[in-house]
Design a protein around this ligand. Sequence first.
Ligand code: GRF
Length: 203
Amino acid sequence: TPIAVLISGRGSNMRALVDACDDATYPARVCLVLSNDPAAPGLAWAAEQGLPTAVIDHRAFSGRPAFEAALNARLVRAGAEWICLAGFMRLLTATFVNTWTGRLLNIHPSLLPAYKGLHTHARALAAGEREHGCSVHFVVPDMDAGPLIGQARVPVLPDDTPDSLAERVLGQEHGLYPACLAAALYGYPTLEAARAAGAAHTG
Ligand code: GRF
């Protein structure tokens, strides 16, 4: 399945997905690495690998709808069938999300539904959590709220700083994302099943 990976920065999760796709038995291949920021280090890495890359700079557009129309056109032109958000720092509107529902995934550095949004590691430390981690979920219009596909957990250690905790979580992200993408591509869980499981957990 052709996938596009959307980044804004370092792109280490994108790299993990690219590495997974190098295995002929893996059910995806990367047809586009796209960044909203021309300076994203991950973009340069992808170009060096000979992967198709694109920049859709949000600052060049008058508003979100125009930005997303250009984004969508580029994704369609690349033949993307699924999209993986991997440190993509733009919020997407319901119009865009609904176009891709069930084929649009995100990775978030917390055990959702805890710690949606930014600064998750610092917030988990400040709250005295003993466990932290990361989540891969289907994207819905509400931020970091979509049905979960999978999670990975790490302990919070006594001497942790936000950076040391982030590094431990990131190590898990790199295994979790390819595993969850493959599972979702194989149809387990489907968006509907993930929704139903989420509803059961949260009452
Ligand atoms: C990761 O922690 C990811 O979970 C979050 O942003 C970070 C991106 O890191 N959404 P990278 O660009 O994949 O290295």
